[in-house]
Design a protein around this ligand. Structure first.
Ligand SMILES: Cc1cc2nc3c(=O)[nH]c(=O)nc-3n(C[C@H](O)[C@H](O)[C@H](O)COP(=O)(O)OP(=O)(O)OC[C@H]3O[C@@H](n4cnc5c(N)ncnc54)[C@H](O)[C@@H]3O)c2cc1C
Length: 480
């Protein structure tokens, strides 16, 4: 019997597990996929929002501003890249200008520090590629960028280093409330018992809540389509550029990611199917059209990939963080600014559990810090030489675009929560993230995974499930 079971290993589940792992208690993290960070936390804008957009007094507003304050320290402890690059919300006409004033007031009410209203020239002085048609901007210096899946992986890993257990491919399909706690059943028949359950299931958080009889909300998948540009296009902007938000959200933005690529998007369109992550020509056309308003010229010839993320859009207009049944907590409908808010959501869940009578004491040997992963491409020539001397696997480059070595790939497999598939290596090391998108390095990565996990190459998948890469030999019988 676990003290707490967390359903979902996205950034909210990861941060919650990390926070709770400071206590002397057993924790199970239950994830339906083969790896962590496979839902919204894999595909989003990566903006650490300042907090000028959410309605004052809402959970989104309070937790956004608090999460923003906690993010820098959290990233430092976890060894995750973070950059406070600031944001410019740009206005093109009288109505936008009026709305900038409203955003400024709202931001001040939410406690956002350092907001400034600028005219068009002042905004262009900050970001020289902004279009001449930009008439004014709201500058938010506390806005930042982070890699969302890196943050999730390191949060789950830190929780595991402190004793939490991760159950992969554990798709929760039933929860029974008993006198002593909950019996949680996975689709494959595995059973976990836990005194407390925390629902961090993202887009499926409504389905999990209904397993304990809470049908008070629904979650709709709201798609956001993106284009990612090569680092060569990094000159376009350093700050995050937004338009004035509307009822569908913050809209299309342009930002430089923490790794130096330019990210353009997302759209905002509701979809029927919670698994529908297709990228559409129509969606990309909308992104193109909107980006061309921000800048006079956009280097669309530098696009290296496109992707879609699905927001967990709840029907209550705010995050749903409550306890509908004793011992069961919802962290549901956590759409944007959920990435920013995650460290603060974890603190809120911790408080709810303690207030509900959970008796636990703090661990003496809790360590909030993770050993920073070696990023060979960012090392100085002297550091590279030293690393190669100590371990010759640093001398073997597997991904040429991102200069990722065999040693980093092995570390990604061996460090909590270890990578088990090709995309898992990609998210931990950037192998396959460059211009050739894995065309060169995938066979090498696959071979290392097979060797390290002691599996046949045919068993290695791209992203778990049945996403097999190899199906057998081309020339059967010619095996040497
Ligand atoms: C397009 C887009 C742009 C965004 N931009 C930003 C941004 O710039 N800044 C920001 O702050 N926020 C942003 N967000 C919001 C942010 O990504 C989310 O709020 C955050 O990732 C939510 O994390 P989560 O852990 O709640 O959900 P998820 O990351 O979706 O994790 C839920 C997990 O639960 C698992 N799961 C589901 N059902 C089950 C089951 N039955 N059994 C076991 N496991 C299950 C899933 O596989 C998944 O891993 C954006 C979101 C999207 C989609």
């Amino acid at each position: 019997m676990y003290k707490a079971a967390i359903i979902g290993a996205g950034v909210v589940g990861g941060m919650t597990a990390r926070r709770l792992s400071a206590y002397d208690m057993s924790i199970a993290i239950l994830e339906k996929e083969a790896d962590v960070a496979m839902g919204q936390s894999k595909a989003n804008s990566g903006i650490v929002h300042a907090g000028f957009d959410p309605k004052p007094g809402s959970l989104k507003a309070v937790l956004n501003v608090e999460g923003n304050r906690l993010m820098e320290k959290t990233c430092a402890e976890l060894g995750v890249g973070y950059r406070k690059n600031g944001a410019l919300i740009v206005a093109f006409n009288d109505e936008d200008m009026k709305n900038l004033g409203i955003l400024y007031e709202r931001g001040a009410e939410n406690g956002v520090e350092g907001l400034k209203l600028l005219d068009g020239d002042q905004a262009r002085k900050m970001e020289k590629n902004l279009s001449k048609s930009v008439r004014g901007a709201l500058y938010a210096p506390t806005s930042g960028v982070v890699c969302p899946y890196e943050l999730t992986i390191e949060a789950v890993g830190n929780a595991m280093d402190n004793g939490a257990e991760l159950y992969r491919n554990f798709k929760v399909c039933d929860i029974k409330k008993e006198a002593h706690g909950f019996i949680i059943e996975a689709e494959d028949g595995r059973i976990i018992e836990s005194e407390y359950v925390i629902n961090c299931a993202g887009i499926y958080s409504d389905k999990i809540a209904s397993m304990v009889g809470d049908d008070s909300f629904t979650v709709t998948p709201r798609a956001g389509e993106y284009m990612l540009l090569d680092k060569e296009a990094g000159y376009l902007t350093d700050a995050t550029i937004f338009k004035v938000p509307d009822h569908m959200g913050k809209g299309v933005l342009a930002t430089k990611t923490v790794d130096g690529n330019i990210l353009l998007g997302p759209t905002s369109v509701d979809r029927e199917d919670k698994e529908d992550c297709k990228v559409t020509a129509g969606g990309l056309a909308v992104v193109k059209e909107k980006e061309m308003r921000f800048f006079d010229e956009v280097p669309f010839d530098k696009v290296i990939t496109q992707f879609t993320g699905l927001r967990a859009h709840g029907d209550k207009g705010d995050f749903i963080i409550n306890s509908p049944v004793k011992g069961f907590i919802n962290a549901a409908g956590i759409e944007s600014p959920g990435l920013t808010s995650a460290p603060a959501i974890a603190v809120k869940i911790e408080k709810l559990l303690l207030e509900s009578g959970m008796h636990v004491s703090l661990k003496e040997n809790y360590n909030p810090c993770r050993k920073k992963r070696v990023v060979f491409s960012r090392c100085s020539p002297e550091e590279k030489n030293r690393l190669i001397k100590e371990n010759s696997d640093y001398g073997q480059i597997i991904c040429r675009c991102e200069e990722v070595t065999k040693a980093e790939i092995l570390d990604a497999i061996r460090t909590n929560p270890g990578a088990v598939d090709v995309d898992g290596i990609k998210r931990r090391t950037r192998s396959g993230m460059g211009r050739c998108q894995g065309g060169f390095c995938m066979p090498g990565v696959l071979e290392i995974l097979a060797e390290e996990l002691k599996k046949a190459p045919e068993e290695i998948t791209k992203k778990g499930g049945d996403s097999k890469i190899l199906f057998g030999r081309l020339k059967a019988g010619e095996k040497k």
